[in-house]
Ligand binder design. Sequence first.
Ligand SMILES: NC(=O)c1ccc[n+]([C@@H]2O[C@H](COP(=O)([O-])OP(=O)(O)OC[C@H]3O[C@@H](n4cnc5c(N)ncnc54)[C@H](O)[C@@H]3O)[C@@H](O)[C@H]2O)c1
Length: 266
Amino acid sequence: MAELSGKVAIITGSASGVGEATALLMASRGAAVVVADINVRGARDTVGAIEALGGRATACEVDVCDERAVQGMIDLAMSTYGRLDILHNNAAALGDDVLGRDLDLVTMTVELWDRTMAVSLRGVMLGCKYALPPMLAQGQGVILNTTSVAGQTGDVKRAAYGSAKAGVDTLTKYVATMYGKQGIRCNAIAPGLILSPPAIANLTPEMLDAAFRNRLLSRAGTPGDVAALAAFLASDEAGFITGQTFNVDGGVLAHHPAYSQNVVIG
Ligand SMILES: NC(=O)c1ccc[n+]([C@@H]2O[C@H](COP(=O)([O-])OP(=O)(O)OC[C@H]3O[C@@H](n4cnc5c(N)ncnc54)[C@H](O)[C@@H]3O)[C@@H](O)[C@H]2O)c1
């Protein structure tokens, strides 16, 4: 089990889904967690769940697009716990108002494009910008970024989302390259379809069927599947791993779907 005792983690977007599962898992392994989200009520619920299990956590209201708010999030971790070991940039706008309008380029509004980039890409940059100084002063730190398989492929919609996530994959390599010699590791996790609240809300039977046919495994992905990798990458056991993007997608991108999606062997 990846041990996180004595470490302090900030996880953005941890009121729900992948971030919530990661906050609970990291706390159960000994980390003190700043549960940061634009949904502060949900963040407080996550803190309550961690405390009920005997863990340590603090809620933080943050809009990751907002530079001063992100700086305040880092300051809160430092003033509450005195150090910062792990930043997991995980927040993304997946609701009907942003991802749900990310359809095709002909009808794309600049406002929608900019909002997507602001949350999913600028938010990651700002997190790194303000987390790095205390980490560099400590001589060590881990930054994790949640991206998506959508950043590595084309699709028939969601060009803004996929482009932002591709940017996060590249930013991950830059952070790892710029600061590795100073003790900073930076990796990205790219989920495929994960049954978090927004994914469940938007799934149609047709999409579930397509997801099943294109996965190599027989079950769907859960927030816990992503959290397990995040907790490992955040731990000292992953001390020689940096600059990578790891797919947690049930093998969707590991094969040629036209040949294998309808064949079951054995
Ligand atoms: N669920 C999937 O199928 C899937 C697939 C690929 C990638 N991802 C990625 O996983 C991450 C988590 O997604 P999820 O599925 O758990 O969704 P989720 O909606 O359950 O969690 C996202 C959280 O981010 C918060 N958030 C949104 N905008 C914010 C902002 N401006 N500032 C701060 N917090 C903000 C939301 O309030 C929410 O709590 C995202 O980066 C998403 O792109 C998810």
